[in-house]
Design a protein around this ligand. Structure first.
Ligand code: B12
Ligand code: SF4
Length: 468
């Protein structure tokens, strides 16, 4: 079978763009089935959506696979509609978090979409491609949703989690690695690539798409295999920077210490960025990470109010936050501490507590930053249920029918993703932030930081955009 796997041109990401792991993993398995697989990474190829459609039509694949998030769902739908118009025989397949969660609605709304691969795609897509080649029925493929000729939507037997992640390797050879020249966050010139040492998340933060995986979802690669992957990318393609895309790299102490030991044992001179929870680090772990090349850590902190932290099921405390950020700074690792506003139960006093915490954290060191955002609603989350119960979304809201939200149009990066509003209106939240968070000092500090990082024309342009 000729299989074409595509990403859409990114709108949110202008630079620092790294290869998508999803398609690389799916492609590697499909190749094992003897299929001819091609990947088009539209963003890196500089394709517009229309150009992508033209390329798809030229390629005439037997199977067209696309990956999607809620953010780019309507671009994906547009591509599927146009491509299917010219290639009615091509089987169209979508995967990724958005279509997994909204599968039934998607198949109802998008007649041009034939199959949705639910959850992890490697073995499911492999079976699907083999079944299509053999002329078999979709009913026999576990882990998919599809539409019968009668229009009925079928969910086949669910597929189980992939337990031996060591068996999976991305098909790096299918993309032109020289085109990926993004730098690692927290460094000046370290060329970076994204890798992941584990999958799933056992936590249940109410706003987060990963909470849907469930408590038993967390699985790890062995440190040995994971560092093999790093060493391969380092030696074969010259990558010295690694963005560890694990949601919480430090969830298991043995795992993170094992990875650090293995990097040190092999004397890999690499730098890396990690994401962690404040309640999963301590000085021993942070020191080990620093020695093994960790330059920056992103912590999801969300709020400075214990009441709000409880409401969003974040399961961290203010003292854990302060301790982790202090330790990280003392050890010489940059920390980016992410906050959210307009969260459940949040009132003015909670916002002020959050702002005070942000200010305290920043006072520890110049290596501490506190980026923030207003809370968005994603499908399948507890926040979506809350939004429905409060009338922010209608009970039968369709994520795959084009809808623009007036406040998202005004304040958001994406008009089709709704903001969450509860105790305070978004306008009120913004005015509290404006009064208490954005001072002239902050602006000049930010400007100074940005200007010091300018290295090329692209940086000038993006700094200009940010100041505006
Ligand atoms: C890396 C990453 C990014 C990278 C993207 C990669 C790149 N090229 O640079 C960057 C930093 C750019 C990014 C940007 C954003 N991201 Co992001 N990102 C991730 C992250 C951490 C890892 C993704 C990954 O590689 N996973 C590993 C692969 C193997 O898993 P996978 O992608 O799920 O793919 C598997 C299956 O889903 C399936 N599959 C997926 N696609 C397909 C396609 C086919 C055909 C098939 C058969 C199967 C299949 O098979 C794959 C293998 O098992 C995830 C969190 C996570 N844990 O997944 C968030 C995540 C995907 N991002 C998210 C968000 C919100 C964003 C941003 C909006 C952030 C922002 N505010 O700017 C933007 C939106 C970009 C966009 N236009 O879509 C959300 C998506 C929520 C949602 N409902 O859509 C996630 C889930 C994080 C979260 N918990 O909220 N992101
Ligand atoms: S916010 Fe982090 S810990 Fe919570 S569910 Fe999402 S990925 Fe897991």
């Amino acid at each position: 079978m000729n299989i074409l796997l595509c990403t859409l041109p990114e709108v949110c990401v202008s630079k620092d763009y790294l290869p998508h792991l999803s398609l690389l993993y799916v492609a590697a398995q499909a190749e094992k089935g003897g299929h001819k697989v091609k990947i088009i990474d539209s963003h890196i190829e500089g394709l517009t959506t229309d150009n992508l459609v033209k390329t798809i039509i030229q390629e005439q694949p037997d199977i067209l696979g696309v990956t999607a998030t809620s953010h780019n769902r309507f671009e994906v739908i547009k591509v599927l509609k146009k491509a299917k118009q010219f290639l009615p025989e091509t089987i169209t397949v979508a995967g990724g978090v958005h279509f997994t969660i909204t599968a039934e609605d998607a198949l109802k709304c998008i007649p041009e979409l034939d199959v949705i691969v639910l959850w992890e795609g490697e073995y499911i897509f492999y079976n699907l491609a083999n079944t299509i080649q053999g002329g078999g029925s979709f009913d026999s493929v576990n882990g998919i949703a599809f539409r019968k000729d009668s229009g009925e939507i079928i969910f086949t037997k669910p597929s189980t989690f992939i337990h031996n992640l060591d068996d999976l390797t991305p098909a790096w050879h299918l993309i032109d690695m020289d085109k990926y020249q993004a730098r690692l966050e927290g460094t000046y010139d370290t060329r970076a690539i994204g890798v992941m040492s584990a999958r799933g998340c056992p936590s249940s933060s109410v706003f987060c798409s990963n909470s849907i995986w469930g408590k038993k979802s967390y699985r790890m690669k062995s440190p040995l295999k994971f560092v093999d992957e790093i060493e391969f990318l380092y030696k074969k393609y010259g990558f010295k920077g690694f963005d560890f895309w694990d949601d919480t790299l430090t969830l298991s102490k043995n795992h993170i210490l094992g990875i650090c030991d293995e990097i040190l044992r092999r004397e890999l001179k690499i730098e890396w960025y990690a994401r962690a929870r404040v309640n999963t680090v301590n000085k021993e772990i942070l020191l080990s990470m620093k020695r093994a090349g960790c330059v920056a850590i992103g912590y999801g902190i969300e709020s400075g109010s214990p009441k709000v932290l409880e409401a969003i099921k974040k399961k961290i405390t203010i003292s854990q936050i302060k301790q982790a950020v202090k330790d990280t700074a003392d050890i010489g690792i940059i920390s980016k501490n992410f906050f959210m506003f307009s969260l459940p139960k949040e009132q003015e006093e909670d916002i002020l507590m959050t702002i005070n915490l942000m200010k305290e954290l920043v006072s520890y060191s110049s290596t501490v930053t506190t980026p923030y955002a207003l809370t968005l609603i994603y499908p399948g989350t507890e926040l979506e249920k809350l939004a429905k119960s409060r009338g922010i979304l209608s009970q039968n809201f369709s994520w795959n029918t084009y809808t623009e939200f007036s406040k998202s149009r005004l304040y958001g990066e994406n008009k089709t993703i709704p903001f969450y509003e509860e105790q305070l209106s978004l306008e009120k939240v913004k005015s509290i932030l404006r009064r208490n968070l954005v001072s002239k000092g902050d602006f000049f500090q930010k400007a100074k930081r940005r200007l010091s990082r300018i290295r090329n024309f692209h940086d000038i342009l993006s700094s200009f955009k940010a100041f505006r």
